[in-house]
Design a protein around this ligand. Sequence first.
Ligand SMILES: NC(=O)C1=CN([C@@H]2O[C@H](COP(=O)(O)OP(=O)(O)OC[C@H]3O[C@@H](n4cnc5c(N)ncnc54)[C@H](OP(=O)(O)O)[C@@H]3O)[C@@H](O)[C@H]2O)C=CC1
Ligand SMILES: O=C(O)C1=N[C@H](C(=O)O)C[C@H](O)C1
Length: 270
Amino acid sequence: MEAMRLVVVGAAGRMGRVLIRAVTEAEGAVLAGAVERPGAAEIGQDAGTLAGLAPLDVAVTDDPEAAFAAADGVLDFTVPAATVVFAELAAQAGIAHVIGTTGLAASGEQAVADAAARTAIVKSGNMSLGVNLVAGLVEKAARALGPAFDIEILEMHHRKKIDAPSGTALLLGEAAARGRDASLEDEAVYAREGHTGARPEGAIGFATLRGGTVVGEHEVIFAGEGERVVLGHVAEDRSIFARGAVHAALWAHGREPGLYSMADVLGLND
Ligand SMILES: NC(=O)C1=CN([C@@H]2O[C@H](COP(=O)(O)OP(=O)(O)OC[C@H]3O[C@@H](n4cnc5c(N)ncnc54)[C@H](OP(=O)(O)O)[C@@H]3O)[C@@H](O)[C@H]2O)C=CC1
Ligand SMILES: O=C(O)C1=N[C@H](C(=O)O)C[C@H](O)C1
């Protein structure tokens, strides 16, 4: 069987460089393209060199349409505005789209859902095996512990992260809400300051820390009368996300159009 040809968009980013390495290390995948935004200093550079590898004979381009025309899938860890454009282009090209980008507004989420009617999209706030397993445990714990245990989600990331709360924190919040048969939209408390009043019953609270070079740390705290249950995940290296993304692309290759999650890819919904 022919190797799946993958394009990495946002190739010069923190994740982009790690994704290039993950594609070259994966069995059944080959790097077919690397895309950066128009005007980026890396346009024309070899993608392998950019990722700290030997040259791969793939030049970074600012033309995603041409890159997608010669590919089977795209790995996208960029910014929301770019992801919306890539979703449309991937749907037009009929290739799988793996979206790791976080912080999409409702309109962006809708654009992705529309594109998923035409091609297979895997989208997740966290592509690691560990976080997706923890999400399943969070749902179970929320169901078992019930409303007597208050749920608070704490996350810390590096100083350059531009969105909050993290996509992972939201994914864990959704899992907690599911476990309570509640809606995160109704229960989320994203910030507290000043005279807040007592904690509303059933609230799912979020706290965001930013600093240094932290790759990503999350804790879901179930705080009850005289005891706390804490479920957490520590990302030590971005390669966990990149390997998950390549795995998702291989899974999505040739699949029916639809919007899939990492839980689908990992078989956690079966
Ligand atoms: N789901 C998951 O498992 C994970 C998700 N993420 C998410 O991935 C995203 C990226 O994170 P990170 O790599 O740290 O961020 P970076 O800022 O390092 O990388 C983003 C890259 O995308 C580039 N870019 C922006 N616009 C375009 C465009 N129109 N065309 C092509 N490239 C473009 C940026 O270029 P420039 O800087 O020049 O604008 C930059 O190189 C974030 O949303 C983050 O939350 C991160 C890790 C794991
Ligand atoms: O921006 C990051 O770095 C990360 N973003 C994702 C998120 O928003 O949860 C995943 C990971 O935690 C790293």
